[in-house]
Design a protein. Sequence first.
Length: 467
Amino acid sequence: MAVSVEHIWADALVSIRSSLGDDAWRNWIAPLEIVSIEGTVVHLAAPSSFIGNWVARNYGDEICRQISAVGRPVSRVMMCESKGATEVEADAPKATNTPQPKGNGAAVLDLSAARAKRAAEHDGAPLDSRFTFENFVVGKPNELAHAAAKRVSEGGPVSFNPLFLYGGTGLGKTHLMHAIAWEIQERQPGARVLFLSAEQFMYRFVQALRTKTQMDFKQLHRSVDLLMIDDVQFIAGKESTQEEFFHTFNALVDHGKQLVISGDRPPVEMDGMEDRIKSRLQWGLVADIHPTDYELRLGILQTKADGQRERMPNLKIAPGVLEYLAHRISSNVRVLEGSLTRLTALADLTGREVTMDMVQDTLSDTLRASERKVTPEEIIRKVCEHFNVKRSDMLSAKRARAIARPRQVAMYLSKNLTPRSLPDIGRAFGGRDHTTVIHAVKKVDELMKTDSELAEDVEMLRRLLEA
Ligand code: ADP
Ligand code: MG
């Protein structure tokens, strides 16, 4: 056995980090230490039994998968408490590679600090220096969210509280929140802004409970001028964190302090979230970021390419390339940006022009992966919007025509636009039998021949979903 367990762990960590994301990695994985691998059991040490249990329950499978992927098949994670754990306890998790912000790990900005300094501390700082309003391309899909974020960042009297931003991944929610923080920093040095992912919020809350520093926790979170909580869906199903979030929310609103919250879906659709929280999330302005359209994607690519040209004056991009990418890569902006970066890096290294051939060679995987990926969930949402039906009704057993017909249309589109099996589709519609789906598909097929209005609806929805 030439490879040490430390090496295996280090290798696996790279993929674990990219699959779990930086927040989860920093909070839960970075504090772990590898102890040994015995047979198919990997032994890890965590700074506390709380962290250990949490990791084993939530990330155990992923850890096993990634360790197996680097050549050491394992199937189970066992946790123990690391030595010296008590020292770690009082502090934020001991992140080995990513230094935590100072103090109690809070991302409270000292807003008088220069942006440049912040950017230099990027790895430990919570804000990404690229995520500014200047770098945000506005288009129809994100117009409202952008305007609302701008308004909040002007720091005037609170006009809507909270601002709730929601939309799918990679559509710019985190970008807009960082942009607000940057802008306020410039306009109102001295304002206290706190940006946290919901996961960090929970982690810090739990730490506070364990170390009996709840008062500090409350004091810190309730004394800011602007609190931003990213990806709030994370606390769904986590009762005590929701309770604390609720009180923090109320305390800030009572004092006229602004809240900005993001989520991956509208408040009403957040399963596992207490009703009183759902209702509060709707108190202010709920701004939806729609999936990008072609114009926005092209705009983002052009802006990004202009930025690259400043750094690579010899960069040449053949006509039609950006248009092609904007057309083909519609999943999310992160993938779009990544694709352009790969192309321009290659062009820079080899001194070649970015051509269509280069696109095909370099991005074949991405292009294949971005081929139509509509999900029944998305179809249900769009069809509900179109026919003005509640999602809960669509998934219910109700048979009234006004609900049953849109439901059949949604099933029909799910069959035609997704690779899902009939039983799978049935499950997505509130656990229906696959024969129901077959019936719906037949029915809509037939109706479309005679009912031109329905045929048009279906065609329009199809185009919308394939945009
Ligand atoms: P989300 O938080 O919604 O998942 P992010 O804010 O992390 O998405 O955005 C993903 C990536 O896409 C980031 O690099 C961000 O800068 C970029 N991005 C998203 N929307 C835009 C936009 N309208 N203009 C410029 N960049 C964008
Ligand atoms: Mg985000």
